[in-house]
Design a binder for this molecule. Structure first.
Ligand code: SF4
Length: 359
């Protein structure tokens, strides 16, 4: 990872801010996010519902609805080109052609009135100058790549005729059919059972390795990124509050919120009586952020300073960054309990707790 990140970044995000206008005020969904991703890197963005991670993903592809939302400022540099400066026509060729995206729910990502073949060949013909016959051959190859049995027959199927796991494989096939160099996967396994989750992640990982493709995996579940991502960014209230190599985040988390997410994970290989410790309370309003550290109303370690002074995302040693006044001074091993060691164990089978810390 070190060599990859030393090279020119594939994608560089600088101080990105995205808001949504509501009757109650401006929802600051992405509030000053900066990050880079290298060619071939696997990067995880983790946080609860409402942390801003999906708004960040939509911002990267400029999919923020013009009537309610707006990218307020920042830069999104893809191979050095600022995506925010491109025309809508230029952006259309980036979407799908250079950056692919997988959405959470494959049933809503696929159009129910068109066959799989229609939807796949339409994408291929939009981004690659090929005729109908060649597009069909490429579509069959795309289905073969995602391990769909009898791919030629599946082209004539409608989405409702396929299982959830198969639909997600089709969505992956569509996203990868134009051979993007970056794949953004927004909760790609949330709608699937645990066994299919593992198969889909394994498939994405193998395809990414075969193609040298970078992946941004967005999830509420730190267990899902364990063993998949090299780098992890934890988001809270629209900001990155901890980031670094995955092993560092899992073994030596420096932020109480990340520790809480880890502590809310159950493992099948853990002792039966082990208690989970989800993050207490609810995510804050993004219209009226708490003063100081936005996590302070939920933090068991909050001090007077935390209520007035917003912590910067800085290094407290090594290449790990944390936005916490007490980073490096807290013993968070107990809080992180059930999650610590996931990265080293290859993640194992993990069941995320879906109340409290997740949403
Ligand atoms: Fe908790 Fe204070 Fe650190 Fe925020 S800055 S996470 S309130 S200890």
């Amino acid at each position: 990872m070190t060599d990859r990140r030393a090279a020119e970044p594939l994608l560089e995000i600088k101080d990105l801010r995205t808001g949504f206008w509501t009757e109650a005020g401006l929802v600051r969904a992405v509030d000053g996010v900066s990050m880079t991703i290298a060619n071939g890197e696997r990067l995880g963005i983790v946080g609860e519902s409402g942390s801003g991670k999906s708004a960040l993903a939509a911002s990267l592809l400029r999919l923020i609805g013009p009537t309610s939302g707006e990218i307020l400022c920042g830069e999104i540099l893809y191979r050095g080109r600022d995506l925010l400066a491109l025309s809508e026509d230029q952006m259309r060729s980036v979407r799908g052609g250079e950056i692919g995206m997988i959405f959470q729910d494959p049933i809503t990502a696929l159009d129910p009135v068109f066959t799989i073949g229609d939807q796949l060949t339409e994408t291929i013909r939009l981004h690659r100058r090929v005729g109908r016959r060649e597009a069909r051959d490429l579509a069959i190859q795309a289905l073969t790549d995602v391990q769909i049995q009898n791919p030629a027959q599946r082209l004539d199927a409608y989405p409702h005729q396929l299982s959830g796991g198969m639909r997600q494989r089709i969505v992956i096939a569509i996203a990868l059919s134009c051979q993007p160099s970056l794949l953004i996967a927004d909760e790609p396994t949330t709608a699937l059972d645990v066994t299919t989750q593992a198969q889909i992640l394994d498939l994405i990982g193998r395809l990414a390795d075969d193609r040298g493709m970078a992946v941004i995996l967005i999830t509420h579940d730190l267990g899902v990124v364990a063993g998949f991502c090299e780098t992890v960014h934890v988001m809270y209230a629209g900001r990155i509050i901890e980031s670094g190599p995955a092993a560092a985040i899992y073994h030596r988390t420096q932020h109480p919120y990340s520790a809480g997410l880890l502590g809310s994970l159950a493992r099948l290989d853990a002792a039966r009586q082990e208690r989970l410790s989800p993050v207490r309370g609810m995510p804050p309003s993004l219209i009226d952020r708490p003063s100081g550290c936005a996590f302070h109303p939920r933090c068991d370690h909050a001090a007077a300073r935390c209520r007035v002074e917003s912590p910067e995302l800085i290094s407290h040693g090594g290449d790990q960054l944390a936005a916490c006044h007490l980073a490096g001074q807290l013993d968070l091993a107990g809080l992180a309990g059930g999650g610590a060691g996931l990265a080293a164990s290859g993640a194992g089978p993990i069941i995320p707790q879906r109340s409290g810390a997740t949403g």
